[in-house]
Design a protein around this ligand. Structure first.
Ligand code: F6R
Length: 608
């Protein structure tokens, strides 16, 4: 998704802007641009369709200024092109704007501004902001007042940074639905839409709230609301390691993050297991045992892989705590006027903490009086701030567009929550101990699966050749199949369907042939025989089978098998999923896909 950076200080802004944009590349984009202003000479702009490296090559040595803004664009209004790339200028070239989000009344504003003499040079919704701010700035006064007045006429979502050729001692930024983070340096200030662009320069950050603006100068910042009331914000410290933002010797961030999982799972578990009472401690829940006992239902909300992790979470909660639990795509929930029940606990799941659909779902629940907990990776993110409490994953920054370590840590966080709920309800101390020891064993078991990366790479090369793949799993295995299919699709572009294994005979068996291989989750649990019967049905139709299993099925039932270590049945899905991550990664590599920049996808989806 689009990225924003800005700099103001004693140095030349351009190196930071270009480096910051390169740090945001992982989010997905199609064009990039920068604008700088100095004490003399107005605003200079350079923008190109393509990569940040293309932009850097296009920026001349004399392109200097001590204040600057930059942007990576992910097209929403208008095709990727030089003209549609940000920053956008007004006709007098006094105001430059970069923008993430969508201006819903852009057509109406464009018509009005055109009638007043503005000449538009792009198809974007953002350009209206440049003309609108310029119209108000022309009335005189401070840039921040012109930006406030302009935003008062705008309907939609935005994170923006605005530069004024006549007031080059400041950048004005605003947030409504799209993140803006201020980075505090020594006599210099940074701005970005994502902390990953800032961590090399400062660890002291301020996350703007929705409806908040800031005037940022070299020596500090002032935050205020759209109706000009000053707000008081304390900086927080980013504690993620700088190394997390490099590939660290791996070919791709995705592979690095898959291999980081033993460590990220350890961090999710750290300090949360209570062996004495066979339970989990989750300090951030902010709910006492009595309040927890009053919960009659759990509804989990998330998008994409976060939703599938929520499906695994719902099963864990039902199995361990015997509380009815269900996961739903937040992107659907927010549009269907959901019934919000007082005795239901809502849980929002998000790696980035900025996914707009999930944030909107949380806001919908809260508007109707519901209680929402967050299972979130990014500390201080919008969803984390909006929730009434929750669990941070501590998985570390996830740079790869395809979610892996955050997915696994989310399921681990749900296992902790389910254990905690369970021990307040009817889960016996013996069963609690069983889950505690299984959780402790997970990092080592994940390492065992990762050690098979080479073998899985060979299988991936063989299977990647097919036009499509079927993923099947029963009950606990079904969300694993869904996540496996999603991972394969998004990075290798191989068509993949996920089905409950039990449903195959009700329709999709018609697809099975020698041309459509099946990846089957075959845990050694109470449904093993049923799964083996399904494999027989596939083989009877000449289907090729790759089994992910605890025990190798007979050769007549599976062509290939990846063995994973056995956990407790409730936690097996976590380990069954790891080979599917490697399968998707290696298939994408075999097909020569740009693994860390999959087509049409963005890391954090901050638009509707
Ligand atoms: C899949 C993937 C997406 C995200 C989804 C939610 O690999 O990355 O499906 O899981 O867009 O993102 P977050 O968790 O940041 O809310």
């Amino acid at each position: 998704m689009c990225g924003i950076v800005a700099y103001i200080g004693p140095k030349d802004a351009t190196p930071f802007l270009l480096e910051g944009l390169a740090r945001l590349e992982y989010r997905g984009y199609d064009s990039a641009g920068v604008a700088v202003a100095g004490r003399t000479g107005g605003i200079k702009v350079r923008k190109v369709k393509g990569r940040v490296a293309d932009l850097a090559a296009d920026v001349p040595a004399r392109f200097k200024g001590t204040t600057g803004i930059g942007h990576t664009r992910w097209a929403t209004h208008g095709v990727p092109s030089d003209a549609n790339a940000h920053p956008h200028l007004d006709n007098a070239e006094r105001i430059a704007v970069v923008h993430n989000g969508i201006i819903e009344n852009a057509d109406e504003l464009r018509a009005r501004l055109t009638a007043d003499g503005a000449v538009f040079r792009s198809e974007t919704d953002t350009e209206v902001l440049a003309h609108l701010v310029a119209a108000h700035a022309a009335e005189g006064g401070e840039l921040e007042d012109a930006v406030r007045a302009a935003l008062g006429k705008v309907v939609g979502t935005y994170g923006i940074a605005v530069l004024d050729a006549r007031q080059p001692d400041r950048v004005v930024v605003a947030r409504n639905g799209s993140p803006i983070v201020l980075g505090i340096g020594e006599k210099e200030m940074f701005v970005a839409s994502d902390v990953s662009a800032l961590v090399r320069y400062t660890r002291q950050v301020v996350h703007l709230e929705d409806g908040e603006l800031a005037t940022v100068r070299a020596d500090g910042f002032r935050t205020f609301t759209e109706d000009a009331r000053t707000t008081h914000r304390q900086p927080s410290t980013v504690d993620w390691e700088i190394d997390s933002y490099d590939t660290g010797g791996y070919d791709h961030f995705l592979l690095k993050e898959i291999h980081e999982q033993p460590g990220s799972v350890e961090r999710t578990l750290s300090g949360r297991l209570d062996e004495r009472f066979a339970t989990a401690h989750l300090g951030g829940l902010d709910l006492d045992a009595r309040e927890l006992r009053e919960i009659r239902r759990v509804k989990i909300l998330g998008c994409g892989s976060a939703y599938y992790a929520g499906e695994m979470g719902a099963q864990l909660i039902e199995e361990l705590a015997r509380i009815p639990a269900h996961s739903e795509p937040a992107s659907e929930f927010r549009y269907r006027n959901p019934v919000i029940e007082a005795d239901t606990l809502y849980i929002a799941v998000s790696q980035s903490g900025e996914t707009y659909d999930t944030l909107a779902a949380v806001q919908e629940v809260k508007r109707k009086g519901g209680r929402v907990l967050g299972v979130v990776n990014t500390v201080g993110s919008a969803i984390a701030r909006e929730c009434d409490g929750g669990i941070y994953l501590h998985a570390g920054p996830e740079i790869s567009v395809a979610s892996t370590k955050a997915f696994t840590s989310t399921v681990v966080a749900f296992a902790l929550l389910a254990l905690h709920f369970g021990r307040i309800h009817d889960l016996s101390p013996a069963d609690g101990r069983r889950i505690v020891s299984a959780l402790k064993a997970l990092p080592g078991q994940i390492r065992e699966v990762l050690a098979q990366s080479e073998e899985i790479a060979a299988l991936a090369a063989e299977y990647a050749d097919s036009t499509g793949m079927m993923f099947i799993g029963r009950v606990r295995g079904y969300p694993v199949a869904r996540e496996g299919a999603q991972k394969l699709k998004e990075i290798s572009y191989v068509h993949a369907e996920a089905y409950p294994a039990s449903e195959l005979k009700h329709g999709p068996l018609a697809l099975i042939s020698a041309e459509l291989p099946t990846v089957a989750l075959v845990p050694d649990d109470e449904l093993l025989d049923k799964n083996l019967t399904t494999l027989g049905e596939i083989k009877a139709r000449s289907g090729k089978v790759l089994a992910i299993a605890h025990r190798r099925p007979e050769a007549r039932l599976a062509d290939h098998c990846v063995l994973v270590p056995k956990s407790e049945p409730e936690l097996d899905p976590l380990l069954l999923n790891i080979p599917l991550q490697l399968l998707a990664y290696h298939a994408a590599v075999a097909l020569k896909r740009d693994v860390d920049k999959p087509r049409n996808l963005a890391k954090s989806v901050t638009v509707e």
